[in-house]
Design a protein. Structure first.
Length: 165
């Protein structure tokens, strides 16, 4: 099930939230920076990485003081270049696999790749919908909340989701 909600990703009622990052797991965009601030020092310690990751990777960490207990970090950019549609797709597919591996059934995400990134809101939402597991599976995530900041954005994103599902 995919639904669109207006709210603060840091307060999402979910098993995990999706956070955009670079190869060193530094935040990419306002939403990721707000998650970092809300997660506190505990979250900062949990997201340290010894070696840079490749764009398109996805990793799970604890969430510090965030409402959700886990964070799915999607790596959109690395030393080879900025985020691309292919990297966003690969990272989202990896995120859903990591969620399944960890038994994370309810996931909340912003429109990944739109802030910052090369994608329009329509392309970002399309990738979320296309990559999210749709077949019933006891291991795969069962619910995706696409979290947006306001009613106008909710209306736009909801229309895209309805058209695609």
């Amino acid at each position: 099930m995919i639904r669109v909600v207006v709210g603060d990703l840091a307060l999402a009622d979910a098993d995990a939230v999706v956070r955009t990052a670079n190869a060193e797991l530094a935040p990419l965009g306002r939403c990721a920076s707000r998650l970092d601030a809300a997660g506190g020092d505990g979250f900062a310690a949990q997201r340290r990485t010894a070696t840079p990751l490749e764009a398109g990777a996805a990793v799970v960490t604890g969430a510090g003081a965030l409402s959700a207990p886990f964070v799915l970090h999607v790596v959109l950019a690395d030393e080879r270049g900025p985020a691309s549609r292919a990297n966003v797709r690969r990272a989202l597919v990896g995120a859903w696999q990591r969620a399944a591996d960890w038994g994370l059934r309810r996931v909340a995400a912003p429109p990944v790749g739109a802030d910052p990134g090369p994608l329009s809101i329509e392309d970002a939402v399309t990738l979320l919908v296309e990559t999210f597991p749709h077949a019933p599976d006891a291991q795969a995530p069962a619910e995706l909340q696409i979290v947006v900041e306001g009613e106008a954005e909710r209306d736009v994103v909801d229309a895209i989701v309805r058209r695609l599902t």
